[in-house]
Design a protein around this ligand. Structure first.
Ligand SMILES: [Zn+2]
Ligand SMILES: [Zn+2]
Length: 288
């Protein structure tokens, strides 16, 4: 057997050992959550084939590998250790606030409703701010870079953006002493809703689009033209209708992505956020 084959066999057994030990360390709520998320992803891929919003968009599009292996799996894994193991753990160990267990007796589904709505209001304003502040745009432009928008493309978010938004998402859950299931199920809600709003599915929800956000409005947010500085909502479209940023014309966007240069792969995309402001004109923030 060649050296190359032996090495790749070693890597394969190391990776499968890591995955097995990772799975055995998960609670049953976490295992169910992962199963639900993977099943939803398969369902979205099938629905995108059956009812495409933009016809002819392939599954294995440009950037597919980076979005799946590096953003969705590797980056999420590393960031979850930093967010939960270090940042939130530090806040909790210095304040001791989770010991008060303020939310422990509230039914799980009510907690999920409360955390989903409150975080969604936060993310609406944070997202809107990211489109008007040149520093915050730097950690958001990666999310706007895919030229093909689909169930997976929404996972492309800069590590710092995820670090901030997921700390804000999960710190209250832990600090208020919610049971661990709330973290797992909140993760499922965010993952599935995120896949849904980006999915290349020709959804027509009618009046429901005024409440529940979906691809009809969020795909416009990823367009290169008018619309990209509208539709800031993530889960509930209601915020865009209330605060005057809704955009829902009858036609479909011509193209998606950035009008400015953006690197092709994960590591260069991550470092690109830290480039100098001097070299480029300040017109990087694309306004209508
Ligand atoms: Zn945006
Ligand atoms: Zn998006």
């Amino acid at each position: 057997m060649s050296d190359g084959f032996m090495k790749s066999a070693d890597v394969f057994s190391d990776v499968s050992e890591f995955i097995l030990s990772y799975l055995s360390g998960m609670s049953s709520a976490e295992k169910y959550s992962m199963l639900i998320i993977i099943s939803a992803a398969v369902l979205f891929i099938i629905l995108e084939r059956l009812f495409p919003y933009n016809k002819g968009q392939e599954v294995l599009r440009e950037g597919f590998f980076d979005d799946l292996a590096l953003y969705t799996i590797a980056q999420s894994y590393i960031l979850s250790i930093i967010i939960f193991g270090y940042i939130i753990n530090f806040i909790d160990s210095t304040t001791g606030i989770s010991r008060l267990k303020l939310f422990a007796d509230i039914p799980i589904w009510i907690q999920l409703v409360i955390f989903t709505i409150t975080h969604d209001i936060y993310i609406y304003w944070m997202h809107r701010w990211q489109h008007s502040n040149k520093w915050l745009w730097r950690i958001h432009e990666a999310h706007h870079s895919p030229k093909k928008v689909d169930w997976l493309s929404g996972s492309r978010s800069h590590a710092l953006e995820i670090l901030i938004n997921q700390t804000v998402e999960f710190a209250p859950i832990i600090l208020l002493g919610s049971p661990p299931e709330v973290i797992a199920y909140k993760g499922v809600i965010s993952a599935i809703w995120g896949m849904y709003i980006h999915s290349n599915i020709d959804v027509r929800t009618g009046w429901l689009q005024k409440i529940i956000n979906g691809p009809e409005m969020h795909r416009w947010h990823h367009s290169t033209g008018k619309g990209r500085n509208r539709n800031f909502a993530t889960k509930l479209a209601i915020w865009d209708w209330i605060w005057g940023t809704a955009f829902l014309p009858q036609n479909k966007p011509d193209e998606y992505g950035l009008k400015t240069y953006f690197p092709e792969h994960y590591f260069s995309q991550t470092f690109f956020a830290f480039r100098s402001f001097k070299k480029k004109k300040s017109s990087e923030l694309v306004n209508d």
